[in-house]
Design a protein around this ligand. Structure first.
Ligand code: CA
Length: 233
């Protein structure tokens, strides 16, 4: 079955041609030229991935992003924007986006990102559960618990946590995180990685895990701490 992609874009020069290009690639794509149509289509036929332009005629794109995330907890939300300044808001402040593309973008780049996002990730080999500190990660069910309360993680946050926890105690390089969680041919900015790490850190911390659990390894990447230092930092 082909993946269902909803394109939310009011620009008549972009929306229809994007939908057409996606159909040519085998996606089941639909166009919503405004937020009202997007919400109706999402309710009728939930998409696997949404490409969301932030500048819409009838509703603030960030607000729509938030609503789509609430309605579609496991779909991939990719924001399209001409304004770099909006990225922190949509990804960092939990409007729920998984990724973004700055306009103008190349179709080949967009398609590469879509393939990476829609690739089904098999559960990690070996133990189906990893438990360190207060966090329990159920890899097969793709659920995360802190002190037995479930924490809602976005798909990429869960993939990131899964890789960091499976390598706990060792530093994992930014390149490897980008390659394994996003795409092996990633060429874009690694800001997406940092945004996801800070959002993951915040969610785990709010649920009761130590904020130091995911350590930044300067100039290299991140490390999931198996033991936390008893010394104050
Ligand atoms: Ca627009």
């Amino acid at each position: 079955m082909s993946a269902r992609v909803l394109v939310v874009e009011d620009d008549p020069d972009i929306g229809p041609s994007l939908v057409h290009a996606l159909r040519v690639q085998g996606y089941d794509s639909a166009l919503a030229p405004d937020a009202a149509t997007a919400q109706r289509l999402v309710a009728e036929q939930p998409p696997d991935l949404v490409l969301l332009d932030l500048g819409l005629p009838d509703l603030d794109g960030v607000e729509l992003c938030r609503r789509l995330r609430a309605a579609l907890p496991s779909a991939v939300l990719v924001v399209l924007t001409a304004r770099d300044s909006e990225i922190d808001v949509v990804i960092g402040l939990d409007a729920g986006a998984d990724d973004y593309l700055i306009k103008p973008f190349r179709l080949t780049e967009l398609l590469a990102r879509l393939r990476a996002h829609l690739r089904r990730r098999p559960p990690a080999a070996g133990s189906a559960q990893v438990s360190i500190g207060h966090v329990l990660l159920d890899l097969a069910a793709r659920r995360c618990f802190v002190d037995s309360s479930e924490v809602a993680l976005r798909p990429k946050e869960l993939d990131l946590l899964s890789l960091l926890m499976s390598e706990a105690g060792s530093a994992v390089s930014r390149d490897r995180l980008m390659a394994e969680v996003w795409d092996e041919h990633w060429t874009g900015s690694t800001k997406t990685l940092d945004m996801h790490v800070s959002s993951l850190r915040r969610k785990l911390h709010e649920a009761g895990e130590d904020a130091e659990r995911i350590a930044t390894v300067r100039g290299f990447g991140y490390r999931y701490e198996r033991e936390l230092s008893p010394l104050p930092r």
